[in-house]
Design a binder for this molecule. Sequence first.
Ligand code: HEM
Length: 237
Amino acid sequence: MATTTLPAKKKGVASSSIGLKMLMAGTGVIFILYVLLHMYGNLKALAGQEAFDTYAHHLRTFGEPMLPYGGLLWIVRIVLILALVGHVYAALRLIARNNAARPVKYQVKKNLGSTLASRTMRWGGLALFAFVVFHLIQFTIVKPNLYGAADAAAIKDSPYVMISAAFAMWWVLLIYVLAMVALGMHLYHGVYSASQTMGLNNTATARARARAIGAVVAAVIVVGFLIPPVYIFIDSL
Ligand code: HEM
């Protein structure tokens, strides 16, 4: 009896696992570039109120008159939103695919060489998302006076006054320290994973190099981001 095997349904690279992983890696690189620029900009806070507020103002007038006021910021925001949609979409599809491939859980789950950073990508990513929502409400969208500052209007007028009031509070500093630890772990494993996707991790030396690059990127971003808040907190004591 002749048997026929139906040819596998042809699917484009976009919905293949490697396509989804490339989407994760590509959007991840966009986030890394953004956080590096944001971290560098935040360091201007060390130069004082005028330098920081002028910088925040320049971000909005950059490219005028070719761009409208705030135009560059809106371009960056749209790119970030699209990157976020792609990153989350790819993550959810890859998670669903992983679960479908192993519907029955392991009887004994042994940690065979995975790192804490790699095991916390899902929850860490979700925690980072929650942090970014809090962060945007706190510093961009609402700018509430959560700090009992005497001059609540000044918080809305001057980004420097806003961050100075915020990071004088130990609990705000704590939220940011925890968020930056989560960010560092996510970046450390993300960089490694992305180089795996790009086929760069095929020797032990290449894997060690990918881990080292991940560690350097994570350390620069975590330390760079935490310098202004820690400085402001100590200065407020
Ligand atoms: C210690 C760490 C951080 C500090 C002190 C900080 C500070 C700030 C401040 C002051 C603003 C408002 C800027 C302005 O309106 O001129 C801002 C906006 C923003 N931050 Fe952060 N940030 C930190 C970490 C992060 C991280 C880790 C991310 C992303 C993963 C992030 C994403 C954003 C975004 C998307 C905006 C909105 C920009 C806009 O559309 O106006 N920030 N941040």
